[in-house]
Design a protein around this ligand. Structure first.
Ligand code: 4LM
Length: 400
């Protein structure tokens, strides 16, 4: 696949491996292991002296297709897929860190990422500073002699905080630190961390990359030698977090429509935000496409579109929020994001319930915050659904 093809062409064709039957859609190689011609071939493959598959935990043709596709879309040398986003993040951390190391992380990250860092990896002697990575001076101030990595989410889950990838890449490389960006909320269609200077991008492919709410998967992209290291250490030995061939097949199907879905997700999000702006019961909206949002300027610079994740606070706080998410009828009250269905959830008690009260406060995740993943339905129907839910709030928020 040459680089001249556009994103939509690449998402369909890149990575496609010819099969013996000439099937347009690649078969699912639902096999745990691969047969060697002879002992020497097996030994050569294990020694890395000969190409070819060995065992699905080390690689599989169905998985290889989506890895080649994602790398092409990201403009990265290589990619790997894992059994979940947490699998990709864990495999990355287990590959590059050891006891005594220090990591600077965004204070706003997905709840289980925070738990992995703050509870899981601390048990192995790895230290973390959770800082406001939207402020580059806060990062510099926290660099210590044993700092090894800067880890950010941008836009961050759930407050949509925007950190400046290029500026942080410059700091990371000046101090010889590994720089990892969780790009789940954007996908390479909206933002390319590697091209902006990050060493590695990680993904929950459960979300937009697969896009259909039927797979849990993860991915990482970056330089070939780093991806090889993650595959041979973090994935193969430390976590065993391998994606199944069937899930890889579904991800392949999902990725073929990534750009179309993202365009529509963003359009719907923008219409929902416009509606929320006109609603008096809304206290504050968090959306990178809003000119008065703190991260707007940086978002404009590094994202091609502002994404389809929205968070908002209601006047009336948590009680109003609970009433609202219990009142929607078309939107689904569910965690996760990036599906065809619009999903609505309450971060403080759901996706970020792993945060302590104090950590929630520090991260600016209020008790009343509601998060919406704009789906692919007709925007008018979503807005009507929200309007009827707002009408039911009259008992909670007195009309002024
Ligand atoms: C959620 N998120 O927010 P797996 N990175 C980011 C994420 O949002 C997530 C993961 C990694 C949600 C799941 C319930 C930015 C997950 C972890 O769930 O392990 O594929 O990804 O609703």
């Amino acid at each position: 696949m040459t680089k001249e093809y556009g994103f939509s062409t690449q998402q369909i064709h890149a990575g496609h491996l010819k099969n013996s039957a000439g099937a347009l859609t690649s078969p699912i190689y639902q096999s745990s292991t691969f047969v060697f011609d002879n002992a020497q071939q097996g030994a050569n493959r294990f020694a890395g002296e000969e190409d070819g598959f060995i065992y699905t935990r080390l690689g599989n043709p169905t998985e290889q297709e989506i890895e080649l596709k994602l790398a092409a879309l990201e403009g990265a040398e290589a990619a790997l897929f894992t059994a979940s986003g947490m699998g990709a993040i864990s495999a990355t951390m287990h590959t590059f860190l050891q006891s005594g190391d220090h990591v600077i992380s965004s204070e706003v990250v997905y709840g289980c990422t925070h738990a992995l860092f703050d509870e899981g990896l601390r048990k192995y002697g790895i230290d973390f500073a959770f800082v406001d990575t939207t402020k580059t001076d806060a990062i510099v101030k926290n660099i210590k002699p044993n700092t090894k990595m800067i880890y950010i989410e941008t836009p961050a889950n759930p407050t949509l905080d925007i950190s400046d990838i290029q500026a942080i890449a410059a700091i990371a490389h000046e101090h010889d630190l590994l720089f990892v960006v969780d790009n789940t909320f954007c996908t390479p269609y909206l933002q390319r961390p590697i091209e902006l200077g990050a060493d590695l991008a990680v993904y929950s492919a459960t979300k937009y990359i697969n896009g259909h709410g039927d797979v849990v998967a993860g991915a990482g992209t970056g330089k070939q030698d780093m991806i090889d290291q993650i595959r041979m250490v973090g994935l193969k030995d430390m976590t065993g977090s391998v994606i199944s061939p069937f899930d890889a097949f579904l991800v392949n199907r999902g990725m073929k429509t990534l750009s179309l879905r993202m365009d529509r997700h963003v359009q719907n999000a923008q219409k929902i935000v416009e509606f929320l702006e006109s609603e008096a019961k809304v206290q504050q909206i968090f959306y990178p496409g809003n000119p008065n949002f703190a991260g707007y300027a940086v978002a404009q610079q590094q994202m091609s579109q502002p994404g389809a994740m929205i968070a908002f606070d209601l006047k009336g706080g948590r009680a109003a929020g609970e009433k609202f998410i219990n009142s929607v009828e078309l939107m689904s009250l569910a965690v996760s994001l990036g599906d065809a269905e619009t999903l609505i959830e309450h971060p403080a008690s759901m996706t970020h319930s792993t945060y302590s009260e104090a950590d929630l406060k520090q991260a600016g995740i209020s008790q009343g915050l509601i998060r919406v993943s704009a789906g692919l339905e007709d925007a008018a129907d979503l807005i009507n659904d929200m309007a009827q839910a707002f009408a039911k709030l009259d008992t909670v928020i007195p009309v002024s």
